[in-house]
Design a protein around this ligand. Structure first.
Ligand code: FAD
Length: 385
């Protein structure tokens, strides 16, 4: 049985961000070995990651595109915003995987194994046995991207599915404005549900157009196609061909993922609760959490996740509203984007806002569903569950 200083289970966004953070901060000493275990080849573009950050950033050299103008269309009104010092950035997952793999290949003390982890077994002395389909390894610190089964069993936590299907299309004539992305366009919805179209225009003829739901329930596959067709028809899109398809479901939940970590097994990524519950964004948070973990390791401090309970309360209110009054989503986002500066919204969603900014966002969202959720929250003694 080989022993490693660290083992990372899963080379997805979180596992690779963590590896890259270890390399950026020179965590590994020459005698310390890291093992990454991943069943997939990571050779496919399985996700389009978007995130906002200031102009400079770690991924600028591998971005597909970035924008400094955006639009939200809700309540029959187009709300245009300038991102000022921020950029909304688009990164194809294949470019991130290739970037990380190229760096990893240059490191003699990082080993990448194509295998699947079956079980982690922690002994009383804190040593963890990592059992894969073919081998058993040992380490004192394992980072695990596998989502606990408990999450998928019925439980008392809020769960909104951010489920979507996107067509990457090419039109015959100029149609898109490549200078401005569309965060949300509610002009075509599925009934009264919180559903909208998201558009990432790469050029005047190419864009990723996604029909997205924030709902407790899922829909059949053909329904997304129906709404994508309907949206493009509604916008009088010229003739187009579908180049590729992206589909996914991101959990928006207050499930206590962090409780599944121990001193020796740290859950990371979606499995560690790194997906922002009220937005489904995780890419940038994976980068932040990975940096935070590595800083703690360098300073020999106990590993904790860097998330404030203040934001968990805000997220819970938001999930409550979407769970019980899903038809309110359009109005909620209308108020959010109409009444707040985009920089304040980004700071709030990045969990970096001050109390005054929190107050401004929350008071601008004030409405019966929010007041009801807030009342319930007070009655339950501000419990996060
Ligand atoms: C289609 C899609 C688009 C998204 N777009 C955005 C976006 O635009 N912006 C954003 O911020 N977030 C986005 N997200 C959300 C989030 O960023 C991603 O889900 C992100 O990939 C989560 O990182 P992760 O490491 O937890 O999971 P993953 O990236 O899925 O990685 C988990 C890894 O673990 C491996 N694994 C699983 N089981 C085992 C096992 N038993 N043994 C070993 N390895 C195992 C898997 O093969 C996988 O490689 C998107 C999600 C999806 C699904």
């Amino acid at each position: 049985m080989s022993t490693f200083k660290y083992i990372i289970v899963g080379a997805g966004a979180a596992g690779l961000h963590l590896t890259l953070a270890m390399l950026r901060q020179n965590l590994l000493k020459s005698n310390e070995k890291l093992l990454i275990i991943e069943p997939g080849l990571k050779k496919q573009n399985d996700k389009t990651w978007c995130f906002w950050e200031k102009e400079q950033g770690n991924w600028n050299q591998i971005l597909t595109k970035s924008w400094n103008r955006g639009r939200v269309t809700a309540k029959n009104e187009a709300i245009d915003f300038n991102l000022n010092q921020y950029r909304y950035k688009m990164l194809n997952s294949i470019d991130f995987y290739e970037f990380a793999k190229t760096k990893i290949e240059l490191e003699p003390n990082i080993h990448w194994l194509k295998d699947e982890v079956i079980e982690l077994s922690e002994s009383a002395n804190g040593q963890v046995e990592v059992i894969t389909k073919t081998y058993t390894f040992s380490s004192q610190l394992v980072f695990d991207s596998r989502i606990t089964k408990d999450f998928f069993s019925p439980n008392k936590y809020y769960k909104i599915n951010q489920h979507f299907k996107g067509w990457f299309i090419e039109t015959e004539n100029h149609f898109f404005n490549p200078e401005r992305f569309t965060m949300m366009d509610f002009s075509i919805k599925d009934g009264q549900s919180t559903s909208f179209t998201y558009i990432l225009p790469i050029s005047t003829t190419k864009a990723l157009v996604e029909f997205t739901y924030f709902t407790p329930n899922l829909v059949d596959n053909h329904i997304y196609d129906q709404f994508l067709n309907k949206y493009l028809e509604h916008k009088n899109a010229p003739k187009y061909k579908i180049i590729s398809v992206e589909q996914g479901n991101i959990p928006m939940t207050n499930f206590p993922f962090e409780q599944y970590s121990t001193d020796s097994i740290i859950k990371i990524g979606t499995a560690g609760g790194w997906v922002k519950a009220s937005t489904g964004y995780a890419f940038k948070n994976c980068e932040r959490q990975a940096d935070h973990i590595v800083r703690k390791l360098l300073n020999r401090q106990k590993l904790t996740t860097s998330s404030s309970s203040k934001y968990k309360h805000y997220d819970k209110l938001f999930l409550d509203v979407l769970s019980h009054q899903n038809n309110f989503g359009e109005m909620l986002f209308y108020k959010m984007y109409k009444r707040n500066k985009i920089e304040t919204i980004f700071k709030f969603l990045d969990e970096k806002s001050n109390l005054l900014e929190d107050f401004s966002i929350i008071s601008n969202l004030t409405s019966t569903p929010f007041i009801k959720a807030f009342g319930k929250h007070i009655l339950s003694g501000f419990k996060l569950k």
